[in-house]
Design a protein around this ligand. Sequence first.
Ligand SMILES: C[S@@+](CC[C@H](N)C(=O)[O-])C[C@H]1O[C@@H](n2cnc3c(N)ncnc32)[C@H](O)[C@@H]1O
Length: 196
Amino acid sequence: MQSPATSPAAWTAAAVLLALVLLAQPSFNLVAAQDAESLAPYVPTPQEVVNRMLELAEVTSDDVVYDLGCGDGRIVITAALRYGARGVGIDFDPERIAEANANAELQGVEDLVTFIQQDAMTADVSDATVVTLYLLSSSNRKLRPILTRQLAPGSRIVSHAFRMGDWDPEETVNFPDDRGNMRTLHLWRTDGRVRP
Ligand SMILES: C[S@@+](CC[C@H](N)C(=O)[O-])C[C@H]1O[C@@H](n2cnc3c(N)ncnc32)[C@H](O)[C@@H]1O
C-alpha cells in the first residue's frame, strides 16, 4: 500500500504548491512585466506640469499617490517632497525603475516612496487615494474598470493629456507650460460605481 506522502495525489499537490511558490517570486513578476503590452512610450511630464497635476488632485500628507507608468518617478517623488505623501510608482521598464529609485535616494524620500517593476494592468491600487496617469486614451480606457473597481470612493484620478472613454472628468484644466505648449489635465473622483 502507498503511504499518503508517496501517492500520486501527494506529488501532484506538492508540484502545484511549488509552482505557486515560484510564480509568487519577484523574478517571475519581472519576466511578466517585461512581456507586458506597452501602454505608452516614455515621455516625462515636465516638472511644472507635475506640480499642477498634484495641485489639481489636492494632494496632502494623508494621501497615497500611485503613478501607473511612473517613468523616472518624478510624480510620486514630487508628492513626497512637496506634501509628505506616500507614493508608489509602477513601470514595466527596469531602467525607469532603477532611475526612479536613484532619484528617490537623491531627494531623500526613499522612506516615503516605493517603485515596482510590474505591468500596470496587473497592479493592485486598492490602497491608493490618488492615481496619476500619463499614458494614452486607449490605455486609460483599459485601466478604467481596474481603477473604478479597486479604488475607494472619493479617490482622485488625474490624467495628463488623455481622457478615459465616455467617463466625463469632474474638471479639465488647460494651461501653457514653461515652453508655451498647451497642456491639458483631467480630474475624476471615484464614487464606488464600477465603470467597465
Ligand atoms: C508617457 S511616460 C509617463 C512617465 C511618468 N508618469 C511621467 O508622467 O513623467 C509612460 C510610462 O509608462 C510606462 N509603461 C508603458 N507601458 C506600461 C505597462 N504595461 N506597465 C507599466 N508601465 C508601462 C513606460 O515605460 C513609461 O515610463
